[in-house]
Design a protein around this ligand. Structure first.
Ligand code: SAH
Length: 255
């Protein structure tokens, strides 16, 4: 029998965004280590490092010591090819909602090829729309509908437990379906899209409104392959060139 590969767990990142209570960071580190996960990323934590975090981490001090602190979620997901937001069901978001077990299978499959992430929200406000727009799917822990909000570290424990059970249950995962684009590649595409839409005067840079957020959400509902990002950017470049050509034809003196 082939053993489950520890590299898969090392490629799964637990990302905590804007955590208010340092004790939760420590408890999350402990929850991770009990299940064999070690990559903790903190996005703009209110207080870190901190003695309460150390106390709650107990024997998982190494996970805290290795935790990476990032200023933004975009930075935390730059090299990630699959990011799943963990959130109590949000009726306003029309996205595929995964169970923790379903999410675990997806993450382990993709972790064979690249780093992947589970993104948890702030204790009071949860994940913002902007944060969710950087994720390609939503994971919900089916809980009591009258009281469905788990403590942050408890939610981390549930997900890490499911990942471990899935990991133990399968030695071999199918190969990922595609060569997925990383967060940074997708961000560069959004930047290119925004510039092009401004050049086409479809978007007013002075008041972009919610257009870019809506477009991000549209693309976030699917996972983009690296090749698809290249095709989309090729289309944008062609549109930019056509627009510049048309302008020059109208104003021949213009550079
Ligand atoms: N009032 C917040 C609760 C945040 S709890 C809200 O409505 O979102 C802190 C974090 O724990 C959440 O952002 C989420 O990542 C996770 N969490 C708590 N309960 C959850 C549940 N039932 N399903 C999925 N994630 C949950």
């Amino acid at each position: 029998m082939t053993l489950s590969d520890p590299k898969l767990l090392a490629n799964i990142r637990i990302v905590l965004t804007r955590t208010s209570h340092p004790g939760n960071i420590g408890a999350a580190a402990r929850a991770m280590k009990t299940m064999g996960l070690s990559r903790l990323v903190l996005v703009d934590p209110a207080v870190f490092p901190n003695s309460q975090a150390d106390a709650m981490a107990s024997g998982a001090a190494d996970v805290l010591a290795q935790a990476r602190v990032c200023a933004t979620l975009t930075e935390a997901l730059a090299d990630v090819t699959l990011a799943l937001g963990v959130s109590a069901r949000r009726r306003d978001i029309v996205a595929e909602v995964l169970t923790p077990a379903g999410a675990s299978a997806r993450l382990l499959t993709e972790a064979q090829a690249a780093p992947v992430a589970l993104v948890f929200g702030n204790e009071t406000s949860g994940l913002s729309n902007e944060e969710l727009s950087l994720c390609q799917g939503l994971v919900t822990i089916a809980a009591n509908p009258n009281y469905s909000s788990l403590n942050l570290a408890a939610a981390v424990q549930v997900l890490c437990y499911e990942i471990r059970q899935a990991w133990l249950g399968h030695a071999g995962w199918p190969q990922p379906e595609m060569d997925a684009a990383t967060g940074a590649e997708v961000e560069r595409f959004y930047g290119h899209l925004e510039t092009t839409l401004a050049e086409l005067e479809f978007l007013n840079p002075g008041s972009p409104g919610k257009l870019m957020l809506k477009l991000r959400r549209l693309f976030a509902r699917t996972r983009l392959a690296r090749e698809e990002v290249n095709i989309l950017r090729g289309i944008l470049t062609a549109a930019q060139e056509a627009r510049r050509g048309a302008r020059q034809a109208r104003n021949p003196g213009m550079q």
